[in-house]
Design a protein. Structure first.
Length: 450
């Protein structure tokens, strides 16, 4: 007789199974939901958030260098062999003979020494500290903008992957319609062949076309599985998580008005431009830092301590010899072999280079925006044209079928019309995908993705 599982073990197994079931439970996400999920789970975004947090700690570290610095020290020495103290013989009462050998003094270091010390210092003035404090705050700003860039990239990647799935789903719908129509035609042609109205080659020709269409449909269906996994990868979601998409292609605004952008200062909305601005600010602060290196540094310091000294351990802590001090230190840079001057000149050159990069970026962003606008406009024109071609191909196929059924057309005409419709459908799907992707590129080029 088998032993039953302990109740605790059974509960734990049920808990694990329930947890896995919840993780595998299907979720229905809109595009906005997918983007939000990516902001919370995509590794690149999470690492950028950690960089911001790390920069915040760096700011606090720099602030801490301007706060009082306090250090304590304790030491204990036990001379196992007391070192000798030697010198000229000045205790004999006779004139010191410089030619005479040295003698050992009757006194020397004590055997036991226990010392305590507490020292503190406070920075009163340092130009480099003030500038450094400004620099680390700007450094944090740089990482915050890098986080924004990571989110924008995640947004773009998720959006394109989302649209890829939607467009492929639209392709499957068109293939299903064509397969249904072609299946009816195959059945009708086969029936006509049995009655002797058409030849066997007509049945074979249309059957080959039907089989190819079914194969294409299966290939697209398998590709959708891969596209869905790619979407989940871009989101930072486990690829075995069940996901259903709720948005439709009709929700995407695909009209030529979106390409009519007249804003000439859009580059201020580009995160790349903001990053270059922050880089320029850091270079300008570096110039300030090099200038501050010419200024003195003033430090207030003080200390208190003392020691216990004795030749016999039992008397060591009978007497404490205390000492204390307070002082002001001023470090004045006078001459460094012109190093500081040349460092300042190098920093000024870096500022000029950063300004040049900023100006060049404006032209680059303008070029990107114009290219994105024209590409989107062309893709809309192509989409509209392919839509008309699709409608015409459907009409040609309809007329070809009627002519064939009435005996005034050939099966080759029908097959060719069917092939033309499939080509028109494929070109329409490709144009549809190009249009939605180019819309994303257009929004990114004009800094509209937040």
């Amino acid at each position: 007789m088998k032993k039953s599982l302990p109740l605790l073990t059974l509960c734990m197994l049920l808990l694990v199974y329930s947890s896995n079931a919840q993780q595998k439970a299907a979720v229905a996400y809109s595009l906005a939901d997918c983007v939000k999920y990516a902001y919370e789970h995509q590794d690149s975004v999470k690492n950028a958030e950690l960089d911001v947090k790390n920069a915040d700690y760096k700011v606090k570290e720099t602030i801490g260098s301007g706060l009082p610095q306090v250090n304590g020290a304790i030491s204990f020495q036990d001379y196992l062999k007391v070192p000798a103290q030697v010198g000229p013989d000045v205790f004999s009462g006779k004139p010191v003979d410089p030619e005479a050998p040295l003698v050992k003094f009757p006194f020397g270091p004590t055997v036991y020494t226990n010392t305590f010390a507490l020292q503190a210092s406070q920075l009163l003035f340092s130009g480099t500290f003030i500038v450094g404090l400004q620099a680390v705050k700007t450094f944090k700003e740089l990482y915050q903008r890098s986080l924004t860039r990571s989110k924008i990239e995640a947004n773009v990647n998720v959006t394109k992957a989302y649209y890829q799935v939607l467009v492929s789903g639209e392709q499957v719908k068109l293939l299903d319609i064509n397969i249904k129509q072609l299946k009816e035609q195959v059945d009708q042609t086969a029936a006509s062949n049995k009655q002797g109205f058409v030849e066997k080659i007509d049945v074979d020709r249309i059957t080959v076309q039907y089989n190819n269409l079914v194969t294409n449909r299966e290939n697209v269906a398998r590709a959708i599985v891969l596209y869905m996994q790619m979407l989940k990868f871009q989101m930072g979601m486990p690829i075995d998580q069940e996901l259903t998409l709720t948005d439709k292609l009709s929700d995407v605004r695909l009209d030529q008005q979106a390409a009519n952008v007249t804003d000439t200062t859009f580059y201020h909305n580009r995160i790349e431009y903001n990053l270059l601005e922050t880089n320029l600010k850091l270079n300008q602060l570096d110039v300030k830092d090099k200038k501050a290196a010419f200024l003195p540094v003033v430090v207030l310091n003080g200390g208190y301590g003392g020691s216990f000294v004795e030749n016999h351990f039992k008397y060591l802590y009978n007497n404490f010899y205390a000492n204390g001090f307070i002082g002001l230190g001023v470090n004045i840079p006078i001459f460094s072999g012109f190093q500081r001057s040349y460092q300042l000149k190098q920093s000024r050159i870096n500022v000029i280079k950063a300004q040049n990069e900023l100006e060049n970026a404006k032209n680059g962003f303008a070029l990107q925006a114009n290219a994105a606008r024209i590409t989107f406009y062309n893709s809309i024109q192509s989409l509209n044209n392919q839509k008309r071609n699709q409608e015409l191909a459907n009409e040609v196929l309809r007329v070809s079928k009627i002519k064939y059924q009435q005996g005034v057309g050939s099966s080759i005409e029908v097959t060719q019309a069917q092939g033309a419709l499939e080509t028109a459908d494929n070109q329409y799907i490709q144009s549809l995908y190009d249009a939605v992707v180019n819309k994303v590129n257009l929004d990114k080029a004009y800094g509209k993705i937040n």
